[in-house]
Ligand binder design. Sequence first.
Ligand code: DQQ
Length: 586
Amino acid sequence: MEVSKCLSLCLLLWNLIISLLKGVEASHRVFPEYQFLAATTVKQLHRTVYHFQPPKHWINVSLFLASSFSFPPGAFENRTIDPNGPMYYNGFYHLFYQYNPKGSVWGNIVWAHSVSKDLVNWEPLEPAIYPSKPFDIKGTWSGSATIFPGDKVVIYYTGIDAKEKQLQNYAVPENPSDPYLRKWKKPKEGNPMVVPDNEINGSSFRDPTTAWQANGYWHILVGSRKNDVGVAYLFKSKDQKTWVKTPVPLHQVPGTGNWECPDFYPVSISGKTGLDTSELGNDVKHVLKVSLDATRYDYYTIGTYFPDQDKYVPDKGQADGWDGLRLDYGNFYASKSFFDPVKHRRIVWGWSNESDTKQDDVKKGWAGIQLIPRTVLLDPSGKQLVQWPVEEIETLRGQMIHKSNHKLETGKPVKLSQGITGAQADVVVTFSIPNLDKAEPFDPSWKDPQDLCFKKKSVQGAIGPFGLMVLATEKLEEFTPVFFRIFKAKDNKPVVLMCSDEEHSTLKTDVYKPMYGGFVDVDLADKKLSLRSLIDHSVVESFAAGGKTIISNRVYPTVAVFEMAHVFAFNNGTEPITLERALLCL
Ligand code: DQQ
């Protein structure tokens, strides 16, 4: 069995054991000693500048179990922020998120709330939803927002009752004409909205989706599991009040364990705009994304939705489970999407966990960030999604440095951040690869990209490794490389592997430093490969080939900080690579 699969299986078992011990499958480890420990100082060193994070404390995520090769003490801590109920309403983008207002580890979870007019500048508001009723007294967990016809906004969320049972509830704005939607109420009538029946595992039943309309009914999904079968239960309603479970779930996959934060939405086959959640038709495919509790990654399939049969069938060839496509091959979890009616786009938000220890989080006074919101579209191949940072991020660009047609000689990195800091930057590069025929043969048994990155770690290839080294010191004592290796399949088609290696990202030793990897499905007909990295002090989000494959890193340099942080382009393969174009924006 491949290393990562074996680890994933162990992690699933480990999760199940923990849940049995705790009696409740919450997927969040609880640290009573830190839950209420208010931050006295907030450390600025690794705080992000243009990625969303609250002024202090924990924004929710949970157990970070990215499959990898060694887990330092503390790597299994809870620290997060699931994005909840993102939406556009009455002039504002709203972002709610799981947040601990009292400490820097998971616990005391409320729905914190911020609004923005441009997805860049955010104004924090008071928490929107917090435990206050018997049906959510022990927790207000993740959920989604729906804007029903007539601009009726409703939030569906998971409440934890006194017996630790997970229930689906709803909340509505106290004053719908307040564009900030500051105050929310949980009407007595109709709450709790859905309680688990005898078939459902009540300690693993959570995270309702945005509702969509089809065939005269409104529909929502709720994530769950039946033993080791991951399940998306489907509930239907005519009046948005009484919800009835369908006899068969919308979708379920044996061996995948608990499904969290499901997301179900249409994408256009031929169009270049996003679709509203209830769109159907011949030009539409559907995406089912689930967050797998056992591996802590977000997987998706593309397929067909049959509303008359309450069924979703992934397209032929779409791997449906741990081998499946991922929204991000790095540190990214519990994502949620929404339709932006202003710019006709679908935007996906994901949470990125810390990968230092819980003690570090307590010292920092904060934990968990939101990655940059990304537009999501179906790739022209119809086989995968493409994601790209929302265009508003480009308004942050100030000083720009250009470089073009620079030959990258083996082992001689080229500094792109000449005279300026690379601690926060938006870097866009295009490499051209003159000798594709020199690529090494690809062994078809290499199925797992993360394993392959690791296997080739110390191997000089012909074409690659080449790419960027970011958050790097002048002498490379610290650096985070994001890079490619190119192989050649039997039919001579190129196989592109994207990797990032956190081993040298920090001199600190008690930090989780994984190697991440994903394949990039490109034919390289023009012999060019692009890479864009958003660098922001402790986060690096890298988009290959226009957003076909993405890897996000959380790293904690100790020397490569502020003006000591640089960006290099490099080539360590034997074959020449040209840096055709580089743009570094601050
Ligand atoms: N976090 C929430 C749950 C969700 C999990 C609790 C995902 O609702 O399943 O804080 O990170």
